[in-house]
Design a protein around this ligand. Structure first.
Ligand code: DAH
Length: 336
C-alpha cells in the first residue's frame, strides 16, 4: 500500500459521498468506504503486517484519510437531512403546529355602538325597535305629522324629492315611523326607531346631507309630560352618566303640543356647568293621533327624537362629523 493509493481511496470516497443525492445513497457510500470490507478499513487492518519502517507513515496517512471521509459523511448527512425536511414541509404545506396568520378583528362603527346602547336602554323599558322606509311619501313625512303645505321644511331647497315627484322624498326625519306604526297598531305603543335621514345641507364639521336619528314614541292611557320627563332623564343618565340633569325648554314642533327641547347638563371646556340641546320632544298632538286612527280622547302619547351622530361625537369626543363617514381605518380602528 502506497501513499498515492491512499490518496486515491480518499479521493473516490469523498467524490461518492458528495454525489450522494439521498440519505440511502449516502448510507451505501458509508458502507462502501468505511465498512469492514472497505479499502480504507483493510489498509488500517493491514498496518501491523507492514515492514516496521512503513507502519508509521502509512498508519498516519490512513488515519488522516479516515478522518476526512468521516467528516465528509457528517457534512453530507446534515445537508441531506435538511433537504429532506424542507421537501417534507413543502409537501405537507399545512403544519398545524405552526402559529396561524393573524386576522385583524373588526369592530362596530361608533354610530352603531351608540345606536345599540340607545336601543338597549329603551328595550329595557319595554320599548320595541321599529323601522320605516327611507324613501317616504310626503304624507307620512309631513302631512300626517301636522306639517302644513307651505312649511319651509317642505321646500325642495331643504328636502330631496325623488324622481321629480312632489309626493315622493327621502325622509327628513325618523318621525314618519310614528305615523306608520300608529296606523298599524292600537295602543299601548312603545317604540324606538333609529335610522338614516336626509336633508339638503352642505357638508361641514357639524352638517351632512345624510345623518342618523332616533325616534321614540309612547302612546297609552294616562301618559303625561311627567312620563316624558322621567323617560328622558333616565335615558340620558344611562347613556351619558348618572350625574346628568335635564332641562326641558319650550319649543315648537308641528306634531307635538306642547313641544320641548331636551337639554342635558355637561361641564364646558372652562370647567363651567352648561346645557347641551340633545333632543326634541313633546306630547303627541291630538291631530296626529286622529290622522293615524287613534282615539285622542282615550289615549295620550309622548314622542322624542335625537341626532345619533351628535351624541356619538359627544360620547367619543369626535370633533368632526365627516370622520364618521369617510371610512378611514386609522379613525375607525380606535373604536375596536
Ligand atoms: N323630528 C324632529 C327633527 O327632526 C325631532 C323630533 C322632535 C322628534 C320632537 C320627535 C319630537 O319625536 O317629539 O327635528
Amino acid at each position: 500500500m502506497t501513499d498515492p493509493d491512499l490518496a486515491n481511496i480518499q479521493e473516490r470516497a469523498l467524490a461518492e459521498i458528495r454525489a450522494a443525492a439521498t440519505l440511502a445513497e449516502l448510507e451505501a457510500a458509508r458502507v462502501a468506504h468505511t465498512g469492514r470490507r472497505s479499502p480504507l478499513a483493510e489498509t488500517l487492518a493491514g498496518i501491523g503486517g507492514l515492514p516496521p519502517d512503513r507502519r508509521g507513515v502509512v498508519g498516519k496517512a490512513a488515519n488522516l484519510a479516515r478522518r476526512a471521509v468521516e467528516q465528509a459523511l457528517a457534512t453530507r448527512t446534515e445537508e441531506l437531512e435538511a433537504e429532506e425536511m424542507g421537501a417534507a414541509l413543502e409537501r405537507d404545506a399545512t403544519d398545524v403546529t405552526l402559529p396561524g396568520d393573524p386576522h385583524p378583528l373588526g369592530a362596530l362603527h361608533p354610530i352603531t355602538q351608540v345606536r345599540q346602547e340607545m336601543e338597549d336602554i329603551l328595550l329595557a323599558l319595554g320599548y320595541r325597535i321599529s323601522d320605516g322606509p327611507e324613501v317616504e311619501t310626503e304624507w307620512h313625512n309631513f302631512t300626517a305629522l301636522n306639517t302644513p303645505a307651505g312649511h319651509p321644511a317642505r321646500s325642495p331647497s331643504d328636502t330631496f324629492f325623488v324622481d321629480g315627484r312632489p309626493d315622493r322624498m327621502l325622509r327628513t326625519q325618523t318621525s314618519p315611523v310614528q305615523v306608520r306604526e300608529m296606523q298599524q297598531s292600537q295602543p299601548p305603543i312603545y317604540l324606538v326607531a333609529p335610522g338614516v335621514v336626509y336633508r339638503r345641507d352642505d357638508i361641514d364639521a357639524t352638517h351632512s346631507p345624510m345623518f342618523h336619528q332616533m325616534e321614540g314614541l309612547a302612546v297609552d292611557e294616562g301618559l303625561t309630560m311627567a312620563h316624558l320627563k322621567g323617560t328622558m332623564l333616565h335615558f340620558f343618565r344611562e347613556l351619558l352618566g348618572s350625574e346628568r340633569e335635564i332641562l326641558l325648554q319650550p319649543h315648537f314642533f308641528p306634531f307635538t303640543e306642547p313641544s320641548v327641547d331636551v337639554q342635558v347638563s355637561y361641564i364646558d371646556k372652562n370647567g363651567r356647568p352648561a346645557w347641551l340641546e340633545l333632543a326634541g320632544a313633546g306630547m303627541v298632538d291630538p291631530n296626529v293621533l286622529e290622522s293615524c286612527g287613534i282615539d285622542s280622547e282615550r289615549y295620550t302619547g309622548f314622542a322624542f327624537g335625537c341626532g345619533l351622530d351628535r351624541i356619538a361625537m359627544i360620547r367619543f369626543g369626535v370633533p368632526d362629523l365627516r370622520l364618521f363617514f369617510e371610512n378611514d381605518l386609522r379613525f375607525l380602528e380606535q373604536f375596536a
